[in-house]
Design a protein around this ligand. Structure first.
Ligand code: ATP
Length: 212
């Protein structure tokens, strides 16, 4: 098997910021993959987003305009109730046949994996690519460390020889940017224009959900 992997980068994107874009772009380059950004509807393990699903999609569309490697996949927003990653990956597996799938997770999200619904089954559907993130403690919960040990590979080429089941660390350029910090700045009436994709400032309505 040697087909171009499809990588999924899920998140709340409340709002999308340059940390997301930069790591997704670098992962696309490192893996030579198609990367889809996939906004989550009702994230099972975190508070509800400030922006509605439609508002987050509008920001993603602006952020992703005019480039070739990153695309939007809004399928989870069409679903009722919590969006579980395992359901999404199973759906993608049915659509994509044997094509390698890669679930991209920031190091913080990866360390929290044992809290996810049917987390071990994620490896039955996809590889996992862990993106380095500044300030994240690398100590993994024991169950995850055990699972990771047998799956870890160093060479991205290994992700093309199987459709799922491997784990790779992707050393992307560290950018200490978070949506939390951006929401705080906007709520204070500040203007974090260089932490956000440029187009978000062209339409003042896009950032309205974060201004108090
Ligand atoms: P919040 O501050 O609201 O928790 P966030 O900035 O972490 O948001 P999410 O939408 O929750 O953004 O993140 C989606 C995915 O992007 C997660 O896997 C997260 O780890 C990853 N991610 C976000 N920001 C970065 C960054 N600066 N570097 C690497 N990974 C990141």
């Amino acid at each position: 098997m040697s087909s171009r992997p499809l990588a999924i980068f899920g998140g709340t994107f409340d709002p999308i910021h340059i940390g997301h874009l930069s790591v997704a772009w670098e992962a696309a380059e490192l893996l030579d993959a198609e990367v889809r950004l996939m906004p989550a509807n009702v994230p099972p393990h975190r508070p509800a987003p400030l922006a509605s699903a439609a508002e987050r999609v509008a920001m993603l569309r602006v952020a992703l305009a005019g480039q070739s490697r990153l695309a939007l996949d809004a399928r989870e927003l069409g679903r009722e109730g919590p969006s579980y990653t395992i359901d999404t990956l199973r759906e993608l597996r049915d659509e994509q046949g044997e094509r390698p799938l890669v679930l991209l997770l920031g190091a913080d999200a990866f360390a929290g994996l044992p809290g996810w619904h049917r987390w071990r089954e994620l490896f039955d559907c996809a590889h996992i690519g862990v993106l380095s993130r500044p300030g994240v403690d690398a100590v993994l919960p024991e169950a995850l460390a055990r699972e990771a040990a047998s799956r870890r590979v160093d060479d991205v080429a290994a992700l093309r020889t199987a459709s799922c089941g491997k784990l790779i660390e992707l050393a992307v350029t560290p950018l200490e940017v978070s949506a939390t910090r951006i929401r705080e700045l906007l709520a204070e009436g500040r203007d974090p224009r260089y932490l956000l994709p440029g187009g978000l400032f062209d339409d003042p309505a896009l950032l309205q959900p974060y201004r108090r």
